[in-house]
Design a binder for this molecule. Sequence first.
Ligand code: MG
Ligand code: MG
Length: 252
Amino acid sequence: MVLKTTGEIELMDEANRIVHQVLDGITELIEPGVTTAELDRFAEELIRGAGGVPAFLNYRGFPATLCTSINDVIVHGIPNGTPLGEGDIIGVDCGVLFKGYYGDAARTYAVGEISHQARQLMDVTRESLDLAIRIVEPGKRLSDIGHAVQHHVEKSGFSVVREFVGHGIGAALHEDPQIPNFGQPGRGPMLEPGMVLAIEPMVNAGEPGVKVDEDGWTARTTDGALSAHFEFSVAVTETGQKVLGRGQAVAA
Ligand code: MG
Ligand code: MG
């Protein structure tokens, strides 16, 4: 596990600021009729204009800047020319490389009016991320994060995905440790200042299972139920945590 200096964390804050500019911009663009290919073009132009590089483009052959994951797609959906429909939910995951360091964050958006269940799923997923972030501080253990996510998700009647996990992040997009969204508390490495963790609950409305399409990327729920995903990159500080790209506050 790589500990980062204050200077490195400042660069990662900048990388994540670009990521959140993209995600804020997408809030304005999302509506029925927009295609995920259009969102992808917007993201790539903004990132390159800010002096960054899209981190997912060509990562292990991934063909786009954003992962766009609609309805039953959990993560890793590939942008295309299909228009978004009223009532869809769409997870957008964005990674940026800036001056040698990575930023990584994701949000799930509503397209027009969505069902009560879809709203609840998005809210619970987002709440589980906020709860997990609030417990991050020196002396806590890594598995306390996943325990907080799982507890909130399951008491709300939803399920957490096991096959994909959060991760350390820094000069590489995916570093140790892996951060599952489930498990017993009080296990794994002790959190210490200088760790940077990409915490990313993926929550299914039905069963927790995952199946991957023939494209090798698109990961869906096995039962066709909805799935939501939120992610922040979070630095462990001397006194607690800092959500990178968003200032000190745990806010959308
Ligand atoms: Mg991500
Ligand atoms: Mg990530």
